[in-house]
Design a binder for this molecule. Structure first.
Ligand SMILES: Cc1ncc(C[n+]2csc(CCO)c2C)c(N)n1
Length: 221
């Protein structure tokens, strides 16, 4: 089989897992309007803390970028960091609306596991190529998942529209395409070992995304 780009090959080879992570029942419950507010609040509490760890992760990706990278490539990651500030402000505002106390949240195990994985990627043992691949896929899963909640026949509740628009918007999709191009460029000339490591990190991302959705969709007793 002739090899295409890393990202296209990855998505083809891991179609079922990717599809499970981007068509989860939690997202389906937002899309069809049946979501329980308790589940949404649980997701928001946990995701805020995930995003806080993600800030450090993205900073580490920027530091690992090769010095001879074109400025426009550096600026894509810089844009990602900048966007995180408004993201955090949005979480705080939204948490207020839902009467969530973000400081009092206890991290659940799937979130702890995901944050531990990010920490591992932040380490100097993880090459840039591997970190940027995981970065792309983490953003893509959210983008594709939330895009489905904006389709014509979706019945997303009014109070969740601002949430799904954040990550399901065409602008956010463009950003994931830019990340995808960065990944493919970085991995084109990488060693077989780095390509394998990047593939494994991406599989792990999909597994962790699935568990994160499972956690959010868990029916509270
Ligand atoms: C579990 C989980 N997976 C992926 C994302 C996606 N994501 C991480 S940071 C960020 C802000 C923009 O870069 C976005 C959309 C998430 N939030 N939570």
């Amino acid at each position: 089989m002739e090899a295409g780009s890393f990202t296209a090959d990855f998505l083809k080879q891991n179609h079922d897992l990717y599809s499970a992570a981007t068509n989860h029942s939690f997202i389906a419950s937002i899309r069809d309007g049946s979501i329980d507010a308790q589940n949404f609040k649980l997701w928001m509490e946990q995701d805020y803390h995930f995003v806080r760890e993600f800030v450090r992760f993205v900073a580490s990706v920027l530091v690992k970028m090769p010095r001879d990278s074109p400025e426009c490539d550096v600026d894509i990651i810089l844009g990602g960091i900048t966007a995180l500030e408004s993201e955090i402000t949005w979480f705080r505002k939204e948490a207020n609306f839902w009467q969530i106390f973000l400081e009092r949240v206890t991290l659940l195990q799937p979130n702890k596991d995901y944050c531990a994985f990010l920490k591992q990627l932040e380490g100097s043992d993880t090459p840039f190529t591997v970190a940027i691949s995981a970065f792309w896929l983490i953003e893509l899963v959210y983008c594709v998942s939330f895009m489905s909640c904006l389709e014509k026949d979706a019945k997303t509740p009014f109070e969740l529209i601002s949430t799904v628009k954040r990550w399901g918007s065409p602008e956010f999709h463009d950003y994931t395409l830019k990340l995808m191009k960065l990944v493919d460029k970085a991995l084109e000339n990488a060693s077989k070992d780095e390509q394998k490591q990047a593939h494994e990190a991406c599989v792990r991302v999909l597994e962790l995304e699935l568990k994160f959705w499972d956690m959010a969709g868990f029916v509270l007793g």
